[in-house]
Design a protein around this ligand. Structure first.
Ligand code: UGA
Length: 494
């Protein structure tokens, strides 16, 4: 099949390369010339495991190319146009911004030749009702629309594209267009369907709803366990044990029950807000009003980490040297969109803390967005002189840090484990004060009980008396390591 893919972000670039790997001829289109130039050289513009191999082999096969300015000839004989552009939260409210989807459809309409049987396949996450509106523009011009939502997770994008757990087609109410759309997608996904991947054929609104309902369910599951973490903190319960016990009921399951600093990323937070906004427009606000609570619980977890940091530092965040392990919204990604880790780091920095952020893949994005934040790629160097350590993205290299070596680097061994990813016993044995979110530890274990953490200062901070040099407001060596001249960072950002 001759295919185009509009939008070469995490979803589109991976989709384009995977479709080429299935034997199709693919043209990837993106307005970002720099991204197009990189992809054209086989260079992955973001971090996504496995993607570089599939991209390079697709480029070598000659079946994949990218452009920022498709000509009419480029698009003339495309049989299937995939729309994989972003639908970010709009600048003015909770609703999704559909301008990129509209622009892609405009481009198709501007180039489609009369009498051709072109099919447009929407994969972007859109408010329910969008497909019907778009079909009203496309069908009179002979163009068929199918809604084919995407469920891929960042970090597993290639696997989720080539071995999805289901394929959903939302078809037109017009029989001829429905038949044509289904035939085109069956041809595109022939190998996946032959491999037995379940295919659900339905109408437009259901296909659109499947996507947001899935993300709303996942967000609800995370906020549910984080709500339980709040109750554990108020009662002396332990949320890790609670989740373990709940998950053994296979109607509940263990996945997405990890309590911590909450969910972020380019999807879950904005999708639940757009869902609420759309339900309100439809007069069905009550049906999803619980998602406001889901969002609120999620935001409170970030506040809770800051509150624990403040208590641990006896109220004096300003001037405290804090190392934040993690910037990406989750491990195996360099994406910092609505990242809880980066949000907490930025808020502590805004309150005057000397924050140093460590992340294996996301530091370029940190420099770009928050040039005032100091960064360090190596975790042990990042810990040098820290008075407080926060683990906020559970990269394996953080979860596997040696607590003894880590204790040697910090000036005060206190860690807030915002992902409940560390072994509290090991960290405690190495002399650390370990604070988990929603955790409880047996009396006398010297592990901090969350109840105490809630009501009392976690530790007494013995701030040493400033040396004379510091009294004259020259930063100490450790302080200097925590601050970086903004000009140097500016140079980096260009
Ligand atoms: C999510 C969905 O999982 C995908 O199915 C969907 O296709 C995608 O959004 C999308 O709409 O495009 P993704 O944003 O890549 O995928 O990330 P997730 O793996 O869902 O994680 C989301 C957030 O939840 C992360 O910040 C993660 O740290 C957090 N999380 C996850 C928890 O706090 N606890 C958990 O137990 C699981």
């Amino acid at each position: 099949m001759r295919i185009s893919v509009f939008g070469c972000g995490y979803l589109g670039a991976v989709h384009a390369a995977c479709m080429a790997s299935l034997g199709h001829d693919v043209l990837g289109i993106d307005v970002d010339r720099e991204k197009v130039a990189k992809l054209s050289r086989g260079v992955v513009p973001f971090f996504e495991p496995e993607f570089d191999k599939i991209l390079r082999s697709a480029m070598d096969s000659g079946r994949l190319r990218f452009t920022a300015a498709p000509s009419a000839t480029d698009l003339a004989d495309v049989e299937v146009h995939f729309v994989t552009v972003g639908t970010p939260q709009s600048a003015t409210g909770y609703a999704a911004d559909l301008s990129f989807v509209e622009a892609a459809v405009d481009t198709v309409l501007a180039t489609v030749a009369p009498g051709t049987r072109t099919v447009v396949v929407g994969k972007s996450t859109v408010p329910v009702g969008t497909a019907e509106d778009l079909a009203r523009r496309l069908e009179p011009r002979g163009v068929t629309l199918v809604w084919n939502p995407e469920f891929l997770r960042e970090g597993f994008a290639v696997t989720d594209t080539l071995r999805p757990n289901r394929i959903v087609y939302g078809l037109s109410a017009n029989e001829e267009h429905a038949r044509r759309g289904q035939a085109a997608l069956d041809a595109v996904y022939a190998q996946l369907i032959a491999a037995g991947i379940p295919r659900i054929v339905t109408n437009y609104p259901t296909a659109e709803l499947v996507k947001v309902a899935a993300n709303a369910f996942l967000a609800t599951k995370i906020s549910f366990i984080n709500g339980m973490a709040e109750l554990c903190e108020a009662t002396g319960g332990d949320v890790v044990d609670l989740a373990e016990a709940l998950g053994h009921d296979d109607r509940i399951g263990h996945r997405f029950l990890r309590a911590g600093v909450g969910f972020g990323g380019g999807c879950l937070p904005k999708d639940i807000r757009a869902f609420v906004a759309r339900a309100e427009e439809l007069g069905a606000a009550d049906a999803v009003s619980f998602l406001r609570q889901v969002d609120a619980i999620n935001q409170r977890r970030r506040d809770r980490v800051i509150e624990l940091a403040e208590r641990s530092l006896k109220g004096s965040i300003a001037g405290a040297r804090i190392t934040v392990l993690g910037a990406a919204f989750k491990p195996n990604s360099d994406d910092v969109r609505d990242s809880p880790a980066l949000d907490v780091a930025r808020r502590l920095h805004d309150r005057g803390a000397l924050v140093r952020v460590c992340d294996p893949k996301a530091l370029d994005a940190v420099h770009r967005l928050h040039p005032g934040l100091a960064t360090e790629r190596d975790p042990l160097r990042a810990l040098e002189g820290a008075e407080l350590t926060l683990l906020l993205t559970e990269w394996t290299e953080f979860a596997e840090l040696d607590p003894v070596a880590a204790a040697d680097r910090v000036s005060r061994p206190v860690i807030i484990d915002g992902r409940n990813a560390l072994d509290p016993g090991r960290w405690r044995a190495a002399g650390w004060t370990y604070i988990g979110l929603g955790r409880w530890f047996p009396a006398g274990s010297a592990l901090q009980s969350p109840r105490q953490a809630y009501r009392e200062p976690v530790v007494t901070v013995q701030r040493r008396k400033p040396r004379r040099r510091e009294r004259n407001s020259v930063p100490s060596r450790a302080d200097r390591a925590f601050t970086r001249p903004v000009t140097a960072l500016g140079d980096r950002v260009g």
